[in-house]
Write a protein that binds this ligand. Structure first.
Ligand code: CP
Length: 317
């Protein structure tokens, strides 16, 4: 049966503004489930979900697992080490073998850009992209947007500057697509060596200096330097990067208004963001993580064919 999101969620680029709003609205009542004494609703009882994580993850992997368990799904976690992937079995063979055991959904994180979409076209189960190479991380984009909506009440007209290593960032790309669809203005800021050559074609403005981004923005989303994906010398040194682009209280104190500070994690403290800012009063970094569970519950629920009006019904059983 077709769902309001289609079969898979692989990229915010492919969703309409209405589909994004539906996920955010469906996430709202799921926030309350995580605050209950007994954090469980039977919405996905009888569904089987496999979490295939071929890259390291703390927030995404654990919050998907919490989301699945809080919806009463049966879950299995598979990592490349310890599975037959380490013996050379392909991604598609792995997924087909799992499907032979009658699963309903696959959540996948993989180092190859496009891997989630590739898999979705080859198996019957729904596929959710939990981060594919440098391409997209749609549920991170959604949870970032939900956090901004919580703070500002709306996304339309908001000025969001995404700062740092845009070149390697799937989070940046998902934020850009999602925010622009909902009517935000988006700017990117970082060293030219860490900005994709065609970034303006996505509909964003480039602000070369972080001091100017601070003057312009309502919210800053600070991205991690993805040192593990850097094969060349993109920056002279971490110390130099912090001096020129690091978000410090000294820089933030010059903002004309209180800015909301976001970071998808994991943070390189003292590199792209100083601890005083990350742990300071304007930071919503931990609320982002909290929202990650609700957003992932909403995505799982909608892809499993859950009724979009669950929110209107108050999320009751
Ligand atoms: N934001 C994010 O994707 O964090 P993890 O790599 O820990 O999942």
């Amino acid at each position: 049966m077709p769902t309001p999101l289609g079969k898979d969620l692989t990229a915010l680029e492919y969703l309409s503004a209405d589909q994004i709003r539906l996920i955010l609205d469906t996430a709202e009542p799921f926030k309350e489930v995580s605050e209950r004494q007994i954090k469980k609703v039977p919405a996905l009882r009888g569904k089987t979900i496999v979490n295939l994580f071929f890259e390291a993850s703390t927030r995404t992997r654990i919050s998907f697992e919490f989301a699945e368990k809080r919806l009463s799904a049966d879950t299995v976690n598979v990592a490349s080490s310890g599975s037959s992937v380490s013996k050379g079995e392909t991604l598609v063979d792995t997924a087909r073998n799992l499907e032979a055991m009658h699963i309903d959904m696959v959540v996948i994180r993989h180092h190859a850009s496009g891997s989630a979409e590739f898999l979705g076209k080859r198996i019957r189960s729904s596929v959710i992209n939990a981060g594919d190479g440098k391409h997209e991380h749609p549920t991170q984009g959604l949870l970032d947007i939900l956090t901004l909506r919580d703070k500002f009440g709306k996304i339309e007209g908001l000025k969001v500057a995404i700062c740092g290593d845009l070149l390697h960032s799937r989070v940046g790309r998902s934020n850009i697509h999602g925010l622009l669809k909902l009517g935000a203005e988006v700017a990117v800021c970082g060293p030219a060596s860490l900005l994709p050559r065609d970034v303006e074609s996505l509909g964003v403005t480039v602000i070369p200096h972080i001091e100017d981004a601070i003057q312009w923005a309502d919210a800053l989303n600070i991205l991690r330097l993805q040192l593990e994906r850097m094969t060349a010398g993109y920056i002279p040194s971490l110390r130099e990067y912090n001096r020129v682009f690091g978000l410090s209280t000294v820089r933030l104190d010059r903002a004309p208004k209180d800015l909301v500070i976001m970071h998808p994690g994991p943070m390189n403290r003292g590199v792209e963001i100083d601890s005083e800012v990350a742990d300071g009063p304007h930071s919503v970094i931990l609320p982002q993580v909290t929202n990650g569970v609700a957003v992932r519950m909403a995505v799982l629920y909608l892809l499993a064919g859950g009724a979009p009006d669950w929110a209107q019904a108050g999320g009751s059983e």
